[in-house]
Structures are given as C-alpha cells and as structure tokens.
Design a protein. Sequence first.
Length: 191
Amino acid sequence: MRARLPLRLARSAAFTVVCVTLAVLGHRAAGGSGPSSWAVAAGGVAVTAATVLLAGRERSPQTIIGFLVGAQLFLHQIFGLSGDIGSPLSVHLSHGQGLGADIGMVVAHLTATLITGWWLARGESALWSVLRRLGTLAVRRLRHLLALLDEGTAGPVRPAARAPRRLDPVPAGRELRHTVTRRGPPLPAAS
C-alpha cells in the first residue's frame, strides 16, 4: 500500500512531535531550561520535511529506529548550537565538541531513542494493519454492492436447480485408514 498526502502528513506530524519532544526532554533532563525556540522550530521543520519524504509506505522497525537515531543526533547538534539558554556548562559540556564525551548522556539518549523507536514501530505496524483491514472491508462491501446492483438490472433471477449429490459407496474390502475398531472395555479392566 502507498500512503496518500493526508496520511503522509499525519504520520510525519506524529513522528516529528514524538522525535522533537524526546530531544527537548532529553536536553531538559541533562540540565537547564532546554534549547531555544528557534532551534526547536528549525529542528521540527527539518525532521518533518525528511519524514514526509519517507512516509510514503510502511517502514520496517529497523528503518524507523535508524531514522529516529539519526534525527536525535541531528537535533542534538542543532540544540547545541542554540546555546541551551540557562543550562549550566558543567552538566552539558559537550555541544561544541562533536557528539560529546559524556557516556552517560549517550547511553540515556540511545536508551530513550530505542524505546521510543520500538513504540513508534509498533504503532506503524498497527496503523498499517488497520488500513489493510479497512481496505479489504471496503473492497468486500463494494463487490457486494456491485453484485446487488447487477442483480437489479438483470431482472428476476431464479435459482438454478441442483442435481442431488450421490455418495459413492466405499469399495468392499477396502478399510478406511482412520477407523477405530476397538470394542468393549479397556484390556486392563478385562483381566
């Protein structure tokens, strides 16, 4: 199935909200008041644009988690450029130094990203399952409606008479494979 523009926009909006919120909360948890509003807006626009391009069809959990990890790294860098208004430098030293040296922050970011990516992948799977079922139901209903319309234009239809079904007897001397031939009480009780 391919996703049309309204579904693409809805999926990308949901992904962007979750992704940017996760990044902002991660930066707030690291200390301080978080990134500036221009960084959040720029990061949100960039993630939305990339997500709209990728939201054309169902994606695998590996793709979703990989894209979320990449988006988190991108947002981390953008938020680092914003200066983190109000965050103490002793807590969040690493923004000017590439991806940073604080292993605790990297582990926290990756853990939160993997859990959120798994959650998004499950939602993606559920959404496409519902869409497939709705599509199947719509096709079934449409076929039924077309059959009713076709019957109405052809005039009254009499059901065809069926010939009675004959059952062929089992040939003599041929035993059925799964026939149980035991009769009487169980052997231990007979002794």
